[in-house]
Every structure is written in structure tokens, then in C-alpha cells.
Design a protein around this ligand. Structure first.
Ligand SMILES: Nc1ncnc2c1ncn2[C@@H]1O[C@H](COP(=O)(O)OP(=O)(O)O)[C@@H](O)[C@H]1O
Ligand SMILES: [Mg+2]
Length: 414
């Protein structure tokens, strides 16, 4: 797919800006602070309803404005779609598709698909686990918009359950309340199982692409892997030997007896092989085992909100061990892997996502620049920003657009 038009009203630094775009590569050049990222952020927001820079909407509204508008014309194959998104201060955002009646903003998810690379991506490796969970969930929602509801259901239940645990900790909890907690356990187990199931499946899809992308960007001496570490698995492992009946056949058990700590280790269950229903059961079991600790601490300790996507280079975790260059290669590889997963989807009926590279070339050495440019140059639409044109490798030939204060220099385009 590609964007043919982008118009912004009262978005960030723009009172009004209209940008015409074409398929292929477009490089937007302009000095720092001129508004390049603001344009890219708007496209990313239209795709994911999230900004890659801020976690609330307020900074997206132009100083003093009550609402901002993002309008875009998107072309997918023969079909074109007009998307409008109204970002409101103090009330729900609204969308419109092909000038329809207003719909929930959430109904726009999955229509415009983008993969955005930005300097903030360093947090994928260096940041806390929430950055990586967010990476997974955002991709999940892009691929399967119904999971936006999975996410918000889970967040809602988690909040309520935490409130209950917190009041229990404050001593306002009697045994009668245990029944209420049981009910929340059921809700959270179900919502958590849906989310976990979807994330595990997604990590399996990402894995081969991550490995390939990393090999392409580097000399191939180290292998990149991503391992999903779930608090559910930890809880079951801790608890497994004592309270969980062995579910595997007797032959497996017999095999385990040869180990040094034979008898203690129950066979580890591969959560990826379980259905949503089975995962729900496991969560109920894990919540029961964690109940006492959770009541003491006043928070939910087990669930997808505490899981981690561990990134590994060779045999060491990327976080804390990878060099600056390796860290960048890992971040780029995660984004490229998302792109390839979306592309796989596109082959079965969708349309390739739009690639956005906001100010990333300035961060990379010459080798990585050239390799990245070679990989992305074939995408249906690639939007690149740079303060200095020389940072863009010659492999990335395409239209150049000059960004000037408040808008685009139409004369300067070539
Ligand atoms: N909500 C806002 N209202 C008005 N101006 C804003 C707002 N948010 C950011 N800006 C301005 O936008 C500029 C940054 O634009 P940005 O797109 O990040 O620049 P760059 O071209 O370097 O990527 C800054 O001058 C900043 O003051
Ligand atoms: Mg910028």
C-alpha cells in the first residue's frame, strides 16, 4: 500500500500542511526541528493510534488547539481509501473511513499499515520490558485489529484486580472478598490467555525473520533470537514439581530420572502448544499459587503484563552486553522482521506495509546504512527523513522533498 496524500490540521507544529506522496522512495530533507518527525509521527499514529515519542495525545495537538486532524488517502492495489482521524482534547478520538459517519478511532486500526524506524527504537533493546511488550502488542494489533480489544480487556481487568489486591493489602479485605478475587481471577485468566496465546504465536512468526534480517545487516557471525519469557511459565515451573500432576506419559517421567535432581523436576510444558482454554486453566492454577504473595504485595504478579521478550545475540542477552552497533542492528532487525511478517500476511490478501525511516541513517555507520538501504529500497513505499542529505546512502534513490518552516517547499521538490 502507499499514501498518496497526507493532510494535517493543528497537529504538532502544523496549523495546516498538505503533502502529496508517491510510491517508491521519498526522502524528506530539512534542518533539525523543522517538523519532519511530526509528519512521520502523524502517519504512524494513523496506523497504530500510538505515537512513537509520547504516551499521551496532548503533545500531538498544536499549542492551544482543542483538536487535531490527520487525513490521508491510502492506495491498496486498485482501491483507494480516505482515512480521517480527529484527536480531541478531553474526549474520545473519532475516525471516518471514506467520509462515512464517525466511527471509533479503534475501527481505523489495521487499515493503514506502517513499520516505523526511529532513534527511539534503541529502547527496544536498552529499555525496560514494557518497550518490548509494546512492540509485540502493536504489531499484533496491526496484523489482527481484533486484538486491540484483547489488550484493552486485559488492561481493564488487571486494573480492577490490582485495585482489589491493593485494598486487601490495606487491611480492608475479609475472607468474603476471596470470592470476588476468584471472579477476577477467572476474567484475568481468560483475557491473559488470549493475549499470551497471540503473543507466543507472533514471536514464532517473527523469529526466522529476525534471524535473517540480523544476518543480512551484519557479517553474520552472531545469531539473533527472541525468546518469550512468561511469568506463567515461571510460576508453573516453581509450582510444578509439588502440586501439578504430571501430564506427560510415564515414559517421559522415566527418562527424567537419570538427571541429578531426578524426581524434583516435572517435565516443562511448552506453552506454545497449548490452546487458549488450556492457558486459561494454567493461569487459574498460577493465580491460586500466587494468591498469598499477591495479597501481601497488593499487585498482580503473574500475567502478560509482567512478561518479557528476551533478545539474545549469540549466547548473551542483547541488553547489557551488545555493543552500540550490535544494539542498532538488533533494533533494525526487529523492525525489519515486523515488516516481513506483515509482508507474509500481504501475500495472503493484504498489501505490503509502508516503511518509515525517521532520522535513522544519521545513527548508523556507513556499512549498516548501505545494507539497510539495500533491504528497504524495494518496498512499495519508503518514507525517509534526514537533516543532512549526505547521510542518505546512494542506494536509496528516489524523490527528494524539502521540508521548510510550516510546510513543504513544492518548488524545491525533485
Ligand atoms: N504540540 C505542538 N505544538 C506546536 N509545536 C510543536 C508541538 N510539538 C512539537 N512542536 C514543535 O515541532 C518542532 C519539532 O519538530 P520535529 O518534527 O520533531 O523536527 P525534526 O524535523 O527535527 O524531526 C519543534 O520546534 C517543536 O517545538
Ligand atoms: Mg526528527
Amino acid at each position: 500500500m502507499y499514501l498518496e496524500k497526507l493532510s494535517l490540521t493543528d497537529f504538532r507544529s502544523y496549523a495546516q500542511v498538505d503533502l502529496s506522496l508517491e510510491p517508491g522512495v521519498t526522502v524528506l530533507v530539512g534542518s533539525n526541528g523543522i517538523g519532519k518527525t511530526n509528519l512521520m509521527e502523524a502517519i504512524g499514529y494513523l496506523a497504530t493510534l500510538n505515537s512513537h515519542r509520547v504516551s499521551t495525545d496532548a503533545p500531538l495537538l498544536r499549542f492551544g488547539a482543542e483538536r487535531a486532524m490527520i487525513r490521508a488517502k491510502l492506495v491498496r492495489g486498485e482501491q483507494s481509501t480516505v482515512l480521517e482521524l480527529e484527536i480531541n482534547a478531553g474526549r474520545a478520538n473519532r475516525g471516518r473511513i471514506n467520509r462515512s459517519n464517525p466511527v471509533r478511532a479503534r475501527d481505523l486500526l489495521g487499515i493503514c499499515q506502517t513499520v516505523l524506524f526511529a532513534p527511539e527504537d534503541l529502547a527496544l533493546v536498552k529499555g525496560d520490558p514494557s518497550s518490548r511488550r509494546r512492540f509485540l502488542d502493536e504489531l499484533l494489533v496491526s496484523l489482527m485489529p481484533r486484538h486491540a480489544a484483547t489488550r484493552s480487556d486485559y488492561d481493564r481487568v488487571l486494573k480492577q484486580r490490582n485495585a482489589l489486591l491493593k485494598s486487601a493489602r490495606a487491611g480492608k479485605f475479609s475472607t468474603g472478598h476471596e470470592a470476588t478475587l476468584d471472579v477476577w481471577d477467572q476474567h484475568m485468566a481468560r483475557a491473559g490467555a488470549e493475549l499470551l496465546h497471540a503473543r507466543l504465536e507472533l514471536v514464532d512468526r517473527l523469529q526466522p525473520h529476525l534471524k535473517n534480517a540480523y544476518a543480512q545487516l551484519t557479517d553474520g557471525s552472531k545469531e539473533a533470537t527472541a525468546v518469550y519469557r512468561s511469568t506463567l511459565q515461571d510460576s508453573l515451573d516453581d509450582d510444578g514439581a509439588t502440586s501439578r500432576p504430571a501430564e506427560s506419559g510415564p515414559a517421559d517421567g522415566a527418562g527424567a530420572v537419570t538427571g541429578s535432581d531426578a524426581g524434583a523436576a516435572a517435565p516443562v510444558e511448552d506453552l506454545r502448544l497449548l490452546s487458549v482454554e488450556q492457558l486459561t486453566d494454567r493461569y487459574i492454577q498460577a493465580f491460586a499459587a500466587a494468591r498469598r504473595k499477591e495479597l501481601e504485595r497488593g499487585i498482580s504478579l503473574v500475567g502478560p503484563h509482567r512478561d518479557e521478550l528476551e533478545l539474545v545475540l549469540g549466547s548473551a542477552p542483547a541488553k547489557g552486553y551488545a555493543s552500540h552497533g550490535e544494539t542498532w542492528s538488533m533494533c533494525l532487525s526487529l523492525r525489519l522482521a515486523s515488516y516481513y511478517v506483515m509482508l507474509d500476511d500481504a501475500r495472503t490478501g493484504g498489501s505490503p506495509p509502508i516503511l518509515i525511516l525517521d532520522d535513522v541513517f544519521a545513527e548508523l555507520d556507513v556499512q549498516r546504512r548501505r545494507k539497510l538501504a539495500a533491504i528497504v529500497s524495494g518496498a512499495e513505499q519508503v518514507l525517509v527523513t534526514a537533516a543532512v542529505e549526505d547521510d542518505i546512502p546512494s542506494e536509496l534513490t528516489g524523490r527528494r522533498v524539502k521540508v521548510i518552516p510550516g510546510g513543504i517547499d513544492e518548488q524545491g521538490n525533485r
